[in-house]
Design a protein around this ligand. Structure first.
Ligand code: TYM
Length: 327
């Protein structure tokens, strides 16, 4: 199967990115043809600093390697380096009703968050994401819950295009993790953990120091009452901590409820901080090593670009032909 997914280079990756998306990628790379993109053109739809963009791109590339994605098994590349992404996004825009873009939850949320920055790129964001996916004849798109709606729209766009111009695109399927599809903010457990629209204390970065992890976990917002039980409606804070604990420790939520029965929130938090510090330590060590190997990382991105470009160009050639555009 061909797998495609991506992450915006908007700063350090957090455990939501890891549990929602990357952890699935690590499994999928074993038996599939995987393509993982650094989507810089998506990153510039919300306020950003041009002086930091290249650094952020490098950070995501080293993060991919540090957490265990293997460049021998998957392709990594930078979205803006393959111009077919923007070209296809434009063409898909000509067959997509405006209402479909306006109804996207993420557009509405981001427009609310940045009322001074509602640019057309933010509205067209799902078209670029559809182009990313469809250019590579993708079968599977492993993402967190917040991206599911965009992948469903991608399927509709593919169906619409194929119906109008003849079959060119595969209809990709979304895959969500069984647990961890939406990790919540530690400061506001009713909102997802996010690097761009949240309180930074609510977000554990993959490469946070042990002190930072400890501080953020100990100050996580909890719920009224004392019982440590999983109930996302009534106890969103504790349920989120239990989910994170379960995913990093390999213990089921039921086992954790038993382990922490009659013990306080502080004990759960202390224990979770230890689990997280130990689980993330190898990532931090690897990332540090890679930060000195810029040439190696850039070489991987260059090789990835070459391999991805061949597929993207071949799809675009077919698209142009079907739409009656010149080759
Ligand atoms: P981005 O950069 O916001 O997030 C990257 C991935 O992390 C997942 N994720 C989460 N999962 C669980 N809990 C959370 N709190 C959490 N926060 C983020 C996201 O669902 C995503 O899988 N538009 C996309 C990037 C993109 C893409 C693509 C993805 C562009 N083109 C094509 C797949 C295929 C985005 O902004 O993700």
């Amino acid at each position: 199967m061909r797998v495609f997914s991506g992450i915006r280079p908007t700063g350090e990756l957090h455990i939501g990115n890891y549990l929602g998306a990357i952890k699935q990628w690590i499994e999928l790379q074993k038996n599939n043809e995987c393509i993982f993109c650094i989507v810089d053109l998506h990153a510039i739809t919300t306020p950003f600093d041009p002086a930091k963009l290249q650094k952020n791109i490098f950070e995501v590339a080293t993060a991919y390697l540090a957490v265990g994605l293997d460049p021998e098994k998957c392709i990594f590349f930078i979205q803006s380096q393959i111009k077919e992404h923007s070209e296809l996004a434009w063409l898909l825009g000509t067959i997509t009703p405006l209402g479909e873009l306006q109804r996207m939850t993420q557009f509405k949320e981001k427009a609310k968050k940045h009322p001074e920055y509602i640019n057309a790129g933010l509205l067209n964001y799902p078209l670029l994401m559809a182009a990313d996916i469809l250019l590579y004849q993708t079968d599977l798109v492993p993402v967190g819950k917040d991206q599911q709606q965009h992948v469903e729209l991608t399927r509709e766009i593919a169906r619409h295009f194929n119906g109008k111009f003849g079959k060119v695109f595969k209809e990709p399927k979304v895959i969500l993790p069984k647990v961890g599809e939406k990790i919540m903010s530690l400061q506001n457990p009713k909102k997802k953990m996010s690097k761009t629209d949240g309180d930074l204390r609510g977000c554990i970065d993959l490469f946070d120091t042990p002190e930072e992890i400890q501080k953020k976990i100990m100050s996580a917002v909890t719920d009224t009452g004392k019982a440590i039980i999983y109930d996302p409606q009534k106890k969103p804070g504790i349920s989120n901590l239990l989910t994170i604990y379960s995913l990093f420790s390999g213990k089921t939520i039921k086992e954790l409820e038993k382990k922490f029965k009659n013990r306080g929130y502080a004990e759960l938090k202390k224990s979770l901080a230890v689990i997280l510090i130990n689980s993330l330590e190898p990532f931090r060590r690897k990332k540090k090593e890679l930060s000195f190997r810029e040439v190696y990382v850039k070489e991987i991105l260059k090789k990835g670009r070459g391999r991805a470009e061949t597929v993207a160009q071949s799809t675009m050639q077919e698209v142009r032909k079907r739409m009656g555009l010149q080759q």
